[in-house]
Design a protein around this ligand. Structure first.
Ligand code: HEC
Ligand code: HEC
Length: 297
């Protein structure tokens, strides 16, 4: 009886087996590689942009919330999913890491995002991980120039705010819903809050810029998602709101209200002349005979 091990067929068999195994291995490894590279769905990307990007960049620095680049290396996946799904409960539980995050955010709290659940949170955490390894993530935040803001920027911002200058993508003027101190008397819309101190409230140039690039406001989001503001427009608006917050821009009341008064006086004068003209006969018809009678007697 021949030993199989020494049989010439054995070598042939082993080579074939090895080939199959290697091919299988390569295919599996490749499959795994492809799965790991699986890009986050567009839906998840859009969700992040609409609901998270106003407070977080991935690789663009801190806004209201921490830069999320490498968040997956700071804390494990399960923790991050639980936190994103329900930050309030995690913070209230006294979790040490969550408390440290709150401290670093100077007390700002991550809100519970409506419609959030664990499945979605998991997708978002995977997105953060995938974007973190990119040299330039899709969520670097709006890149605003660091140059000093000038009076020209402020004037341009005011023009955009009031609709004197149109937004390139066709967004509505801010004063259709907002007012600021500079527009006092003139007014502006009342649907949104007075933005005089928005610059300070939204923590300055970078954070306000990020806020405006993807407004997380229920009212503004649907409008500005379709008519995204460009970064130079955002810079001008930031310059204008900064000057508002610093009380730099004198209220516009004086000039225009003087115009209004003059226009009002003009209109009144014209009206008096017209009335006088229309009723000139009245004087003659009623008054004159009386006057005449008076002077007669
Ligand atoms: C209003 C601002 C705000 C929004 C919107 C927001 N976050 Fe946060 N986020 C924070 C703050 C602030 C912290 C730090 C913890 C705290 O203070 O509550 C934080 C912390 C985190 C952390 C932990 C970061 C770390 O370094 O471990 C993750 C992850 C996170 N947020 C993901 C998200 C995701 C995903 C969304 C969108 C669904 C989102 N956040 C929306 C403000 C926000
Ligand atoms: C269709 C109405 C509308 C338009 C147009 C609009 N906003 Fe708003 N905005 C709102 C509302 C309403 C809020 C309050 C948040 C909410 O309830 O959604 C708000 C909130 C804000 C806030 C946050 C204020 C705060 O203190 O939290 C800022 C900043 C802001 N808007 C800036 C702007 C700028 C700049 C423009 C012009 C590019 C603009 N908005 C155009 C309706 C509008």
């Amino acid at each position: 009886m021949t030993d199989f091990n020494t049989h010439p067929l054995h070598a042939l068999f082993m080579t074939a087996a090895l080939r199959v195994a290697t091919t299988l291995g390569v295919v599996l490894a490749l499959g795994g590689f492809i799965a790991a590279q699986d890009p986050p769905s567009e839906e998840t990307m859009n969700y992040f942009k609409a609901n998270c990007a106003s407070c977080h960049t991935i690789g663009g620095g801190r806004l209201t919330g921490p830069d999320l680049k490498g968040a997956d290396t700071r804390k494990d996946r399960d923790w991050l999913i639980s936190f994103v799904a329900d930050p309030k409960t995690m913070i209230d539980s006294g979790d040490a890491y969550a408390r440290k995050l709150v401290e670093e955010a100077r007390g700002a709290l991550m809100p519970n995002v409506p419609g959030m659940n664990k499945t979605l949170a998991a997708k978002l955490v995977d997105l953060i991980k995938a974007e973190s390894v990119l040299e330039k993530s899709h969520f670097m935040g709006v890149v605003l120039s660091d140059r000093p803001l000038t009076a020209v920027d402020v004037a341009q911002g005011k023009a955009l705010f009031t609709g004197l200058a149109p937004f390139k993508a066709g967004a509505p003027a801010c004063n259709s819903c907002h007012t600021v101190r500079a527009l006092e008397g003139f007014g502006g819309g009342r649907l949104g809050p007075d933005l005089t101190s928005a610059f300070a409230r939204l923590e300055g140039r970078k954070a306000l810029g990020a806020w405006l690039s993807a407004p997380p406001s229920i009212v503004m989001q649907p409008v500005f998602k379709q008519h995204t503001l460009e970064s130079d427009e955002i810079l001008s608006l930031v310059a204008f709101l900064k000057s508002e917050a610093e009380g730099g821009d004198a209220p516009m009341v004086a000039e225009p209200s003087l115009d209004f008064v003059l226009a009002g006086l003009g209109a009144a004068a014209l009206l008096i002349v017209l009335m006088d003209f229309a009723w000139r006969r009245r004087y003659r018809a009623v008054r004159r005979p009386l006057v005449a009678k008076d002077s007669n007697s």
